[in-house]
Design a protein around this ligand. Structure first.
Ligand SMILES: Cc1cc2nc3c(=O)[nH]c(=O)nc-3n(C[C@H](O)[C@H](O)[C@H](O)COP(=O)(O)OP(=O)(O)OC[C@H]3O[C@@H](n4cnc5c(N)ncnc54)[C@H](O)[C@@H]3O)c2cc1C
Length: 442
């Protein structure tokens, strides 16, 4: 979790895994929107570049603050709730883990969440952070109105309109902070609900045979495919009455998550790091110990799972209709050569959504995430994924490592040119650029 003390005490900045680092000249924590506006106005005069960082949970360089780093840790919390519309307005620095309890008091919940909740709502929306569910979109898709400070220090608001005509809304949808710093976001929430999680181990062929039915019969379905083993863990979440997670379940959960899963997986990962030739064996042991477990509670208690073992990650969105062919080939290739990887490949589904930079580009999609344990060389796996995903026109998650050039991104995102024209209007001096943006967005 983000700690303002650590932020203030350390001169340098680094992301969650520690691979993206920066030595910003200033680290600032404004307490009001007016203060934020004057910081940006001054930065523009001084020709300094600014990056707001949330919880630094991005693996790519999108949050790297090269000159001025800003944290909105002092600009957070629930502002108001419109019960009739089931909408909630939040300060942009609010952490996802603060939202569940705050919304529950109003009988509401987030429609969907990813597998951790350390991120800020603005950071998660800016990169299209998502969970799983073929009828469900990303965090960005839950946003219905934005307030932001642009690269000249001016404050703007915009309400999402008809996606056919709302150019600005489609640009704001996923904007990586290129149009400015979000200060408030209004989200479309849903009635509070509970979830029941189930896990089972399946052979690849058995899992694939039932996958298309299962993604429709469960609100959420996720796979963890163990490279080089032909085995996977299938996790499903189904809606139940909203009741809090029982205390006994929470204690069991903590024990299983931290001691059994994270503790044991950490030791296995250390073995893999020291003896990379054993990665296939490690993957087999991990696949063999998939638990047949159940958990129940409020949705926001069940969605997150602790990630105690650090890793680096790359992730691609492919068309739903390409899934069977792609995943069968991925499984076969990794059975022949696991590329020294032992972390399970995550497979999730995602409803198509509009948005100039949405990695779904309007199509129902499947998202494949590849991880490499911290301290191990991620190049053999990530280089292969980068080349391989060209075959499927895979679009990368903006918050995860990707090697795509600006030219390749223009080919995958036909509206990128239009997005950059809008960007130019809101940040003519590229106050919000860093070297990562220079490389990706020409
Ligand atoms: C352990 C772990 C688990 C993860 N699980 C998932 C998952 O389940 N699903 C998924 O899709 N992703 C996942 N991610 C990726 C993560 O959700 C995204 O990278 C997310 O953007 C991180 O949010 P953050 O608050 O840490 O923002 P940062 O990483 O700090 O910033 C992300 C981007 O948002 C910009 N930004 C931040 N605040 C603002 C603001 N107020 N206004 C404008 N721009 C802003 C930053 O400048 C940057 O460009 C995971 C990452 C980790 C480390």
């Amino acid at each position: 979790m983000f700690s303002l003390n650590n932020w203030n005490n350390k001169k340098s900045w680094e992301n969650w895994v520690g691979y993206v680092t920066a030595e910003p000249e200033q680290k600032l924590t404004p307490s009001s929107v007016e203060e934020l506006q004057s910081i940006i106005k001054q930065a523009r005069i001084d020709k300094k570049r600014v990056r707001v960082t949330g919880a630094a949970h991005s693996f790519s360089g999108c949050a790297k603050p090269e000159e001025i780093a800003i944290s909105l840790d002092n600009i957070r919390g629930l502002i108001s709730v419109d019960k009739e519309k089931k909408q909630a307005t939040l300060y942009a620095g609010t952490y996802l883990h603060e939202i569940g309890d705050a919304l529950r008091e109003h009988g509401l919940a987030l429609e969907n969440m990813g597998d951790v909740q350390a991120q800020t709502i603005a950071g998660a929306a800016s990169t299209a952070t998502h969970g799983t569910g073929i009828t469900l979109g990303s965090v960005a898709n839950q946003v219905v109105a934005w307030e932001w400070v642009d690269g000249t220090g001016e404050l703007h608001t915009h309400e999402r309109g008809n996606p056919e005509t709302d150019d600005l809304g489609n640009a704001l949808h996923v904007s990586l902070g290129m149009l400015g710093v979000f200060t408030k976001l209004t989200i479309q929430a849903v009635d509070i609900y509970g979830l029941r999680e189930s896990n089972e181990r399946l052979e690849f062929e058995e899992g694939l045979a039932g996958w298309h039915d299962a993604i429709h019969s469960h609100r959420h379905l996720e796979w963890f495919l163990f490279p080089g083993t032909n085995m996977l863990q299938q996790k499903t979440l189904s809606v139940i009455e909203p009741t809090p997670m029982r205390r006994g379940q929470k204690l069991k959960d903590n024990f299983e998550s931290w001691v059994v899963l994270n503790g044991a997986f950490y030791l296995l990962s250390e073995i893999a790091r020291i003896y990379p030739k054993l990665t296939k064996r490690v993957s087999q042991i991990a696949a063999g110990s998939v638990p047949n477990t159940f958990r129940e509670g409020y949705s926001y208690e069940v969605f997150p799972t602790p990630r105690g073992v650090k890793f680096n990650e790359t992730e691609y969105f492919i068309k739903l209709s390409d899934f069977d062919a792609c995943i069968t080939e991925v499984n076969d290739i990794l059975l022949a050569d696991n590329k020294n990887s032992h972390f399970p490949i995550e497979v999730r589904t995602h409803k198509g959504e509009t948005g100039m930079l949405s990695p779904t580009q309007g199509e129902d999609s499947v998202v494949l995430s590849f991880h490499v344990y911290k301290g191990m060389d991620s190049d053999p796996l990530f280089d292969w994924v980068y080349e391989y995903m060209k075959k499927w026109n895979g679009r990368p998650h903006w918050g995860k490592v990707n090697k795509l050039s600006s030219e390749e991104l223009h080919a995958l995102y036909p509206q990128l040119k239009r997005f950059l024209e809008i960007r130019e209007q809101y940040d003519p001096d590229k106050v919000f650029f860093n070297s990562w943006f220079e490389q990706k967005f020409q």
